[in-house]
Design a protein around this ligand. Structure first.
Ligand code: AKG
Ligand code: FE2
Length: 364
């Protein structure tokens, strides 16, 4: 199979339901992990009606009055959960033209004075008032629960596709009730309303697996192939786009590729693009450098066949792989959202922003 790619493979989840087609799915998954780093999952265990129910709320969420959005501003939250106005973040030195809400799966924070500060990072979401958006909270929580379940199941398939036992990557999670996974609901306004075509600049995701719902019918998402070309990932209704984050790349000795991606702003005269990425986390106390998974040599050899990666447009990603993953995640949040850090993590804020508050955060 060619190591470079010109399109993103489409995997059909229903192949898993029969022992005769399951191996085909796993072979396609192996190719997608090693050579592409992105795939579509068609016919996933989230029903079209469940996607549609969430998607219908999204324009209403962004249409809430500014005062109601600001009432749940991320700066209120030591968990970096809540609303971020348009243009709050930068990637690769330029402002990202998007507005977003960060939500997460339910998590009760049990941090106590004296525990590592990064254990404060996970906790409850901030929600718009129920009467402003009736049923939204329940709809999003039901959706996140489904995607969370799929994310655990999928990591078992990743393990199998890389010749490990199905539980071969489970060591990267704590017990489910101790975990939290994050999601964002994102709006990319059109070029009529923003000043550049950088919806989000080229970047890698940091965690394990990302499950992206493209929630409107717009092109714009692109991924960078091995020779450095940008390949379109157009929306396919009722599918997920799944991609690999830097933590899973490290955990698999680079077998599963994290792939650089970006989003272009919708054209003038178009309508806003919406998306819902779900980012699967790993246990907060785990240090990736100390969690080496052993792979059979035959599978490691497949890395050699995919060829050298051309220079990508992503800026360097600092791995910090000797630190607890929760601290790595907290540092990422501090750099992306310095206003939140200044309020809730003053020591880390001073460490990363000795000159004071910048106009924008920048994770990469
Ligand atoms: O909006 C999208 O389609 C992708 C967003 C993304 O890559 C991210 O937020 O990490
Ligand atoms: Fe991303």
């Amino acid at each position: 199979m060619a190591a470079n790619f010109a399109s993103i493979p489409i995997l059909n989840y229903s192949l898993l339901s029969s022992p005769s087609t399951r191996p085909t799915f796993l072979a396609q998954l192996q190719h997608a992990l090693i050579n592409v780093g992105f795939l579509y999952l068609a016919h996933p265990p989230v029903q079209p009606a469940e996607f549609d129910r969430l998607v219908a709320y999204i324009p209403q969420l962004f249409a809430l009055p500014p005062a109601q959005k600001d009432a749940i501003h991320m700066a209120n939250s030591e968990h970096f959960l809540g609303y971020s106005r348009l243009g709050a973040e930068m990637t690769k030195g330029a402002v990202d033209q998007r507005e977003q809400f960060d939500f997460a799966t339910p998590h009760e924070n049990t941090w106590a004075e004296g525990s590592p500060e990064y254990l404060r990072l996970w906790g409850p979401s901030q929600w718009p008032p129920e009467d402003a958006l009736p049923g939204f909270k329940e709809t999003l929580l039901a959706y996140l629960a489904k995607v969370e379940k799929l994310s655990y199941e999928f990591i078992g398939l990743v393990a199998e596709a890389l010749s490990l036992p199905p539980d071969g990557l489970n060591q990267f999670y704590d017990a489910p009730h101790l975990m939290q996974h994050r999601a964002k609901i994102v709006k990319y306004p059109t070029l009529d309303d923003v000043s550049s075509d950088q919806g989000v600049g080229p970047h890698y995701d940091a965690g394990f697996l990302t499950f992206l719902l493209q929630a409107s019918d717009h092109p714009g998402l692109q991924v960078q192939n091995i020779s450095g070309q940008w390949i379109d990932v157009p929306p396919i209704p009722h599918t997920f786009v799944i991609n690999i984050g830097k933590a899973l790349e490290a955990a698999t000795q680079g077998l599963a590729r994290a792939t650089s991606h970006r989003v272009l702003t919708p054209a003038k005269g178009s309508t806003p693009r919406y998306s819902v990425p779900f980012f699967q986390n790993i246990g907060q106390n785990l240090r990736l450098a100390e969690s080496v998974v052993q792979f059979p040599p035959e599978i490691l050899k497949l890395k050699e066949q995919r060829g050298e990666l051309a220079a990508t447009d992503s800026v360097n990603f600092s791995e910090y792989d000797r630190l607890p993953s929760g601290l790595v995640a907290l540092i990422g949040r501090v750099k992306s959202h310095p206003d939140v850090a200044e309020r809730h993590y003053p020591d880390l804020f001073k460490q990363f922003f000795p000159q004071g508050l910048p106009a924008h955060g920048t994770a990469y």
